[in-house]
Write a protein that binds this ligand. Structure first.
Ligand code: GLY
Length: 258
């Protein structure tokens, strides 16, 4: 068996205020809090099945979107970056994150004002990081992150964005040179060297899948994406994300992995 890429995940329990999370899809309705909790339990189980030790942080009622813990930090192999979320209502979610990351990292840096960066815009491909220049991650924040990457021996590349929330809303690296993309990202020159798997137009939510060690976690209800990943030789785990989808949350958003 290959050396596992990741050993640890950090998640944060959904707060009751989750029902007021930011959304671009109000037509999907408000999340059902109890169901969201059960889906969160199942998500933790999926991470454990992938071989991760999962640290579960308590809910933060004052921050409806705080279960999307991926956005407050980026965890590389050698350092951690505390972000500065671009969504004003999420900016103070970073309080306390340094203390948590200090259990795992000696080297922690922070994005400084006026920069903004959200982890959902950061995609790791080996020692290269692709970073979406989205409405949440501004050029200053992206440049600060690239400078930190370069200081640690990595490279970073800003990626112009279609009207999509985060880079990983529309594209996810599946390892083994496979890039999962929605239609917007399918023709991106930045991804030309990858073997691209394009999700069907009626399964765009599945462009955010999560490769962890020997598995890919796939949002349930996306059978053609699931079949395409399996046909590419990847072992899959399906995860119901219906309640998080209602507030623009994807599989990657719910954890930090390192
Ligand atoms: N609701 C997740 C976000 O907008 O960041």
């Amino acid at each position: 068996m290959k050396q596992p890429m990741f050993s640890t995940a950090i998640v944060r329990r959904p707060a009751r205020s989750l029902v007021r999370g930011i959304t671009t899809h109000p037509e999907l309705g408000q999340p059902d809090y109890e169901l969201a909790l059960r889906q969160h339990d199942a998500y933790i189980g999926a991470l454990e099945r992938c071989g991760l030790a999962v640290r579960v942080l308590p809910e933060l009622e004052e921050f409806p979107d705080s279960c999307f813990v991926e956005d407050v930090a980026v965890c590389t192999k050698s350092f951690a970056m505390i972000t500065r979320p671009g969504a004003a209502s999420r900016r103070n979610e970073i309080a306390g994150v340094r203390d948590i990351l200090a259990h795992y990292y000696a080297d922690i840096v922070e994005i400084q004002e006026p920069g903004t960066l959200e982890g959902g815009d950061v995609m790791m491909v080996g020692d290269t990081f692709y970073i979406g220049l989205s409405s949440r991650s501004n050029p200053d924040g992206v440049q600060q992150f690239i400078a930190a990457l370069e200081a640690h021996g990595y490279t970073g590349q800003g990626v112009r964005m279609p009207p999509t929330l985060h880079l990983k809303t529309g594209s996810s690296y599946m390892e083994d040179n496979i890039m999962l993309v929605d239609r917007d990202f399918a023709s991106y020159p930045e991804y030309a060297s990858f073997r691209r798997i394009e999700v069907p137009a009626d399964e765009t939510y599945a462009a955010n899948c999560l490769r962890i060690n020997d598995y890919v976690i796939v949002p349930s209800g996306n059978p053609r994406t699931l079949a395409a990943l399996q046909a590419a030789g990847l072992a899959t785990i399906e995860q119901d994300m219906s309640e998080f989808r209602k507030i623009d949350g994807g599989l990657s958003c719910l954890s930090l992995r390192f």
